[in-house]
Design a protein around this ligand. Structure first.
Ligand SMILES: [Fe+2]
Length: 220
């Protein structure tokens, strides 16, 4: 369970964390293409009004000292092309429900219970490594859906991919119509990630890595 705390800076950077899997290479010995991240529906809850704060720390809005409630999650990954080359200047956007199952959207369910300290939406512009990073809460179920985080990747004015990321092995996944619409196990695996307890965290933080492979060749 999360506990109140303060965080000294608004913008969070990679490197403050031990990102366990960051060192692995996705480039194999063969010139095989990586499996492309499957597309999924955007759904009806992309914020209809963006929050004033759209940074990569969804737990703190602007300079508030009250963080969102929920299981603190360090969500990271890389945006890659099919050859495994990192895509820089990709704008990664995420949106999701808060710990009460409410979106940052006027039509959301659970509106009266909404956690007003949760930013609900965030953005990260990748650098030369293609890496992105968000601090958020672990997604929860809401009526009709298993836990998931929505992703949209843009470059310039172009929308390159809209998809959703799931908790690997969550019992709700196979009852979820949108998850089940994925064609096969390979597609399901590509959108399912472990949310792993961080060993040295005294406040029960978890880490998740979700790499995104675009059917697009990186140009710098
Ligand atoms: Fe959703």
């Amino acid at each position: 369970m999360s506990q109140p705390f303060t965080f000294p800076t608004r913008r969070l950077f990679l490197g403050a964390l031990a990102l366990g899997g960051a060192a692995f290479t996705v480039r194999g010995a063969f010139a095989e293409e990586l499996f492309r991240t499957p597309r999924q529906t955007e759904g009806p809850f992309y914020p209809n009004k963006l929050p004033l704060d759209t940074d990569n720390d969804l737990l703190i809005i602007n300079d508030s000292i009250t963080p969102a409630v929920g299981e603190i999650t360090h969500l990271s990954g890389r945006v890659l092309d099919v050859k495994g080359e990192p895509i820089r200047n990709a704008l990664v956007e995420i949106w999701q429900v808060d710990s009460k199952g409410a979106y940052l959207h006027t039509d959301t369910a659970n509106r009266d219970k909404r956690d007003v300290n949760f930013q609900g939406f965030g953005r990260f512009l990748t650098g030369s490594t293609g890496e992105y990073y968000f601090r958020t809460v672990k997604p929860v179920q809401y009526p009709g859906r298993c836990p998931h985080i929505h992703f949209k990747v843009k470059k310039g004015n172009k929308e390159l991919l809209t998809t959703q990321c799931y908790i690997k092995g969550h019992p709700g996944n196979e009852r979820d119509g949108i998850f089940r619409s994925l064609r096969d196990e390979k597609e399901k695996a590509a959108l399912s990630v472990d949310f792993t307890a961080m060993k040295n965290s005294r406040i029960g933080e978890v880490a998740a890595r979700f790499d995104i492979v675009l059917g697009f060749t990186a140009v710098s």
